[in-house]
Design a protein around this ligand. Structure first.
Ligand code: SF4
Length: 87
């Protein structure tokens, strides 16, 4: 029997030190870039990104779906702005 979260079993981030995805303050930069590179090789990147994008800004941190939290905030902002232009 499968569950909605079974995709997490294939997550590459589950095979490495969580510090790579959630580093201590001040340790970003190189770690963040390494995490992003691993994400782009991850077989479940698209579903991961789809899951994290609807999160509230304050619940969303660390690297996920191939993007940093800052990048995802910017993507949400662009999506909101694009939505306003269509209305
Ligand atoms: S895309 Fe990145 S954060 Fe998402 S499951 Fe894969 S390795 Fe983990």
């Amino acid at each position: 029997m499968t569950t909605p979260n079974d995709w997490r079993l294939d997550a590459l981030c589950a095979q490495v030190d969580p510090e790579l995805y959630f580093p201590e303050p001040g340790a970003w930069g190189k770690l963040e870039e390494s995490a992003r590179q691993l994400c782009w090789e991850c077989p479940v990147r698209e579903i991961c990104l789809a899951e994290v994008m609807p999160l509230e800004e304050l619940e969303d941190y660390g690297t996920a779906g191939g993007y940093t939290a800052k990048q995802r905030r910017e993507m949400r902002k662009q999506n909101r702005n694009a939505g306003r232009q269509v209305e």
